[in-house]
Design a protein around this ligand. Structure first.
Ligand SMILES: N[C@@H](CCC(=O)N[C@@H](CS)C(=O)NCC(=O)O)C(=O)O
Length: 198
């Protein structure tokens, strides 16, 4: 929303005071499947993080409805592939056995990221010359993982270049330098890693 210059207000819920969500806001949200996150625009309200991302993308030019089913499939596949990495990171951070799971994660994920690095060797952004919503989802996933493991991309130079380029987009740079942006917490309070304001 910062990138698109759309005015917005955020609402967050404290883990220790979730009755505010479950007992007050959730029952009266007005969505058929109320959940967090949700997006409200006047009377229009809906949930699901990826649907929200796509909706915002369509408000600007970050997720164009392409005529070619093949080109559209490429965009969808990129979004889902980034989501696989993101959910893998979430699986690592929540539940038991963080240190053991991290060894496996650090063995598998850089190999997966090497495919992204290769793709980015010939493209400025994930889908080429034009930034799209998958880049926002990918940058934040990369940033989260880098907070956990600062040397994660040391053999992936195109990812390092890509991440820097994204952070240099004027709207993004302004947001990252503002009080609105907080590196931590990355996860909810119950997470084994990233749940505190470190
Ligand atoms: N697939 C959903 C998952 C939503 C979800 O699991 N939300 C968690 C927070 S990450 C929650 O606490 N939901 C509150 C609820 O179940 O009412 C999405 O991506 O938005």
């Amino acid at each position: 929303m910062e990138y698109l210059g759309l005015p917005y207000e955020t609402k967050s819920y404290e883990y220790d005071a979730m009755t505010e969500w479950f007992e007050e806001d959730k029952p009266k949200l007005g969505a058929d499947f109320p959940n967090i996150p949700y997006l409200k625009n006047g009377d229009f309200v809906f949930c699901q993080s990826v649907a929200i991302l796509k909706y915002l993308g369509r408000k600007g030019v970050l997720y164009p409805a392409l005529e070619s089913p093949e080109e559209m499939a490429q965009l969808e596949a990129l979004i889902d592939t980034v989501l696989d990495v993101r959910m893998g990171f979430a699986f690592l951070c929540y539940g038991d056995g963080f240190e053991t799971k991290k060894i496996d994660f650090m063995d598998r994920v850089p190999k997966k990221l090497a495919s992204f690095d290769k793709r980015l060797s010939t493209r400025k952004w994930l889908n080429g010359e034009n930034l799209f919503i998958g880049d926002f989802q990918f940058w934040s996933t990369l940033d989260f993982m880098e907070c956990m493991e600062p040397k994660m991309y040391e053999n992936l130079p195109n990812l390092v270049r890509y991440k820097k380029d994204f952070e240099a987009i004027p709207q993004v740079a302004k947001y990252l330098a503002s009080d609105k942006f907080k590196k931590f917490p990355i996860n909810g309070k119950i997470a084994a890693w990233g749940g505190n304001a470190e």
